[in-house]
Design a protein around this ligand. Structure first.
Ligand code: ADP
Ligand code: DP6
Length: 335
C-alpha cells in the first residue's frame, strides 16, 4: 500500500477563468489570476491498495456516488498512466469549504488530490507539471498548487497551460467571504461556462478584455497599488456575470442578498474604506480588502448577515503534505 495526504487551499480569481477552448484537456479561453486563501482548504488522503477491486471515494466521511467516483477515477488514471500503475485507490477527503457552493471547492479538491496522488505514486512531478495535472480535474485547481497571487497562463497546448506564482501577497491583503447561500448551486461552473461560450453575444468581449485586464492587474500587483487592483478585479467579475446574463437561456447567480452585500461594500467605499467585490458561479460575495480593515468591513456586513455567514481570511500557501499527526487526527487508517 502506498499512501499520502496533502492540503490545498482554495483560490478566488480576480481575473476569472470563464470558458474552455478545449473541454478534454481543460484549456481555457483566457488566462486568469487568483488569490489563494488561508481559511478555506481541502485535505485529501490517497491510498493505493492492491486488495481493492475499484476506486473508492469518501467526501467528508460519506462514500460518494458512482458518478462522483468516476470523476476521481479518471483523474487518478492520469497519474496511474504516468506511473505505469494499475492499482486501485481509496480517496478520503475533507472539505473545509462548502462543496459546490461557489466557494471554489473544486479548486482545492483537485489540487489536493493531485498533490496526494503525486506523492502516493512516487512520481515526484514538479509543481508546474502538477499544476497541469490539477487542471484536468478542474480548471481553477491549476492555480491552487501555489500560494499568494497566481497566474494561470492559458498556453497554446495541453503541455504549456499551467499556473505560476506571481507574488506572495504578503502586503496587507485579505478577503471577507459573505456566504449568502451555502447550498449547492443549480448550474455548475462547467455547464454555466459552456452555455455562455456557446450562446452569449457578449462572450467575445469578455475574452478580449480579460487579457487586457490581466496585464493591468499584474502591473498593479507589482506596484502594490491596492485600489487599481481592486477596481480591475471588481470590473472583471461584473463583466463575467454580464456575459452569463447574455447567455440563452440566461444564467444568473445573483440572489437578493448578494446585491445587499454589494451595496454594503459600495457604501463602505463611499466612506473611504477601500474594498471591492468579486463573485463566482454562485451567489456568495467575496470582498477584497486590506486585511487590517477586514474586521471593520465584517462589522458593517454583520448588520445584514449573521456570524456564520461571514469569514475573514488572509492569503494562503501552496499545497503541502499533511503530517502523520494530522492524518491520524482525521481517523484515516495509516498504511
Ligand atoms: P465549487 O464552486 O465548489 O468549486 P463546482 O461545481 O465547480 O463548485 O465544483 C464542485 C464539484 O467538485 C463537486 O460536485 C465535486 O464533484 C468536486 N469536489 C468538491 N470537493 C471535492 C473533494 N474534496 N474531492 C474531490 N472532488 C471534490
Ligand atoms: C467562476 O474551475 O470550477 O470560479 O474547469 O469546469 O471544473 P471546471 O470549472 P471551475 O470554474 C471556475 C470558474 C470561476 C472562475 C475562476 O475560478 O477562475
Amino acid at each position: 500500500m502506498r499512501q499520502a495526504a496533502v492540503r490545498a487551499h482554495t483560490n478566488i480569481a480576480l481575473i476569472k477563468y470563464w470558458g474552455k477552448r478545449d473541454e478534454e484537456y481543460f484549456l481555457p479561453m483566457n488566462s486568469s489570476l487568483s488569490l489563494t486563501l488561508n481559511e478555506l482548504y481541502t485535505d485529501t488522503c490517497v491510498t493505493f491498495d492492491e486488495t481493492l477491486e475499484a476506486d473508492l471515494f469518501y467526501l467528508n466521511g460519506k462514500q460518494q456516488s458512482e458518478q462522483e467516483t468516476v470523476k476521481i477515477s479518471r483523474f487518478l488514471d492520469l497519474f496511474r498512466k504516468e506511473a505505469n500503475l494499475s492499482v486501485r485507490a481509496r480517496v478520503e477527503s475533507i472539505n473545509h469549504v462548502p462543496t459546490a457552493a461557489g466557494l471554489a471547492s473544486s479548486a482545492s479538491a483537485f489540487a489536493a488530490l493531485a498533490g496526494a496522488a503525486n506523492l502516493a505514486t512516487g512520481l515526484q512531478l514538479d509543481d508546474q507539471t502538477l499544476s497541469m495535472f490539477a487542471r484536468q480535474g478542474s480548471g481553477s485547481a491549476t492555480r491552487s498548487i501555489y500560494g499568494g497571487f497566481v497566474e494561470w497562463n492559458k498556453g497554446t497546448s495541453p503541455t504549456d497551460s499551467y499556473a505560476i506564482p506571481v507574488d506572495d501577497a504578503d502586503w496587507d491583503i485579505g478577503m471577507v467571504i459573505v456566504a449568502v447561500n451555502r447550498s449547492a448551486k443549480k448550474v455548475s461552473s462547467r455547464v454555466g461556462m459552456k452555455q455562455t461560450v456557446e450562446t452569449s453575444p457578449f462572450y467575445p468581449s469578455w475574452v478580449e478584455t480579460a487579457e487586457t485586464d490581466l496585464q493591468a492587474i499584474k502591473e498593479a500587483i507589482k506596484e502594490r497599488d491596492f485600489q487599481t487592483m481592486g477596481e480591475i478585479a471588481e470590473h472583471s467579475a461584473m463583466k463575467m456575470h454580464g456575459s452569463m446574463l447574455g447567455a440563452n437561456p440566461p444564467i444568473m447567480y445573483f440572489e437578493p442578498n448578494s446585491i445587499q452585500a454589494i451595496q454594503c461594500v459600495n457604501r463602505l467605499r463611499e466612506q473611504g474604506v477601500l474594498c471591492y467585490v468579486t463573485m463566482d458561479a454562485g451567489p456568495n460575495v467575496k470582498v477584497l480588502c486590506r486585511l487590517s480593515q477586514a474586521k471593520q468591513i465584517k462589522e458593517e456586513l454583520s448588520k445584514y448577515f449573521n456570524e456564520e455567514q461571514l469569514l475573514v481570511t488572509g492569503p494562503g500557501e501552496g499545497i503541502r503534505e499533511l503530517t502523520k499527526e494530522e492524518v491520524t487526527a482525521y481517523g484515516w487508517k495509516r498504511s
